[in-house]
Ligand binder design. Structure first.
Ligand code: ZN
Ligand code: ZN
Ligand code: ZN
Length: 111
C-alpha cells in the first residue's frame, strides 16, 4: 500500500463546483487513502485547482484526467470529503521534485 500521502500536501481550499479528475493510472483509487475499494463520493476541487493548465488534470499525479475522482466509503464516513480540495500541491509539483522531497526526509544532503 502506497504511503505517498504522508509527505504530500493537499490544497484544502474550499471546493467549488468543479469535479476532480484522475488519470488512467489513478482511476478507481480513493484520492485520500489510495484504497481501490468502494468509491462512494465524487470529489470536488477548488476553482484554483481547476483553472487553466490544471483543468482536467489528475488530482494525484498531475497526469491527464480520464475519469472522475472519488473518495472511498471509509473516507466518506470519516468526513474526509469535507476537508477541502484534495489536490496534491507539492512545491514544483513535478515527479522529480516529489522524489527529491522524499529523499530529503530520508537522507541528509551532501552539500
Ligand atoms: Zn479513502
Ligand atoms: Zn484546490
Ligand atoms: Zn494520476
Amino acid at each position: 500500500m502506497s504511503k505517498h500521502q504522508t509527505d504530500l500536501i493537499m490544497c484544502r481550499k474550499q471546493p467549488g463546483i468543479a469535479i476532480g479528475r484522475v488519470c488512467e493510472k489513478c482511476d478507481g483509487k480513493c484520492v485520500v487513502c489510495d484504497s481501490h475499494v468502494r468509491p462512494a463520493t465524487i470529489v470536488r476541487i477548488c476553482d484554483e485547482c481547476n483553472y487553466g493548465a490544471f483543468q482536467g488534470k489528475c488530482l494525484v499525479c498531475g497526469g491527464s484526467g480520464i475519469a472522475d475522482a472519488y473518495y472511498c466509503k471509509e473516507c466518506t464516513i470519516l468526513e474526509k470529503d469535507r476537508d477541502g480540495c484534495p489536490k496534491i500541491v507539492n512545491i514544483g509539483s513535478a515527479k522529480t521534485d516529489l522524489f527529491y522531497e522524499r529523499k530529503k526526509y530520508g537522507f541528509k544532503p551532501r552539500n
